[in-house]
Design a protein around this ligand. Structure first.
Ligand SMILES: O=C(O)CCC(=O)C(=O)O
Length: 236
């Protein structure tokens, strides 16, 4: 397994590139400590009930505002999230910009998210801290890049997977953000196959069967188009 690291000693992202994947994925195991993980989970579950939005396969919380094409009406991030948005921004994950939005997703075992791209509302980088459980993230070629003569099934577009362990930081940029889709199968257990390309950066092994528990992900991004509340009220 790669050397344990915590947020204090990640200065050079280059050494965390997943070389087996198209550009660019960074996978940083043990980005946060167990104490930080527990604290973050406590904060997520302290949020009032209306902060949660229930979707069919997961539930979520939006922090920082609601991204939309007209511009996100920004809300101040709470200090417990700001600590991490600032540290990840300082790594240069969003070029010289600062993350201003966090989506919290909660997945129970058996839940997942359909393959998708995160799209143009965000600076083309997504960074994710995982809490509580591992998951396996699957990547797919976009529809336009696959042979049009053969049926374009999810299976024929699948390219690789990543084991994303709790306490890790994952960064997707470049083609992996802009072109390839990512998704999580709604299963209760992951059997690690040779398609999981980052096993050497984890403490798991080929063939392991890993039961999932509840996973909370903090998806940290920069939304470039924002609207200040006082502009909406017609003030200067
Ligand atoms: O939970 C994750 O790691 C993925 C979340 C995601 O893809 C999204 O919120 O768009």
């Amino acid at each position: 397994m790669a050397n344990p690291c915590n947020i204090a000693n990640v200065t050079d992202l280059e050494k965390f590139i997943v070389k087996e994947a198209p550009p660019t994925i960074y996978y940083i195991p043990n980005f946060i400590t167990e104490t930080e993980e527990e604290y973050l989970l406590q904060q997520v579950y302290r949020a009032p009930k209306p902060k949660w939005t229930q979707l069919s396969g997961r539930r979520l919380q939006n922090w920082g505002g609601l991204p939309n094409p007209k511009g996100m009406l920004t809300e101040k991030l709470p200090d417990w999230l700001l600590k991490y948005t600032e540290k990840i921004s300082a790594l240069g994950a969003f070029a010289r910009k600062a993350a201003n939005h966090v989506l919290v997703n909660e997945y129970k075992p058996g839940e997942g998210i359909m393959p998708h791209v995160d799209g143009p509302l965000y600076h083309p980088t997504v960074t994710t801290i995982s809490l509580g459980s591992h998951t396996v993230l699957d990547f797919y070629k976009p529809v336009c890049e696959t042979q049009s003569e053969v049926p374009q099934t999810e299976k024929s577009r699948y390219i690789l997977s990543l084991l994303v362990q709790q306490k890790s930081l994952l960064i997707l940029q470049d083609d992996m953000y802009k072109c390839y889709l990512h998704g999580i199968q709604g299963v209760s257990e992951d059997i690690l196959s040779e398609h999981v390309v980052n096993l050497s950066s984890t403490d798991a092994h080929l063939g392991n069967a890993l039961p999932r528990s509840t996973r909370v992900s903090l998806t940290i991004r920069h939304v470039p188009k924002v609207v200040r509340a006082n502009l909406l009220l017609g003030k200067k």
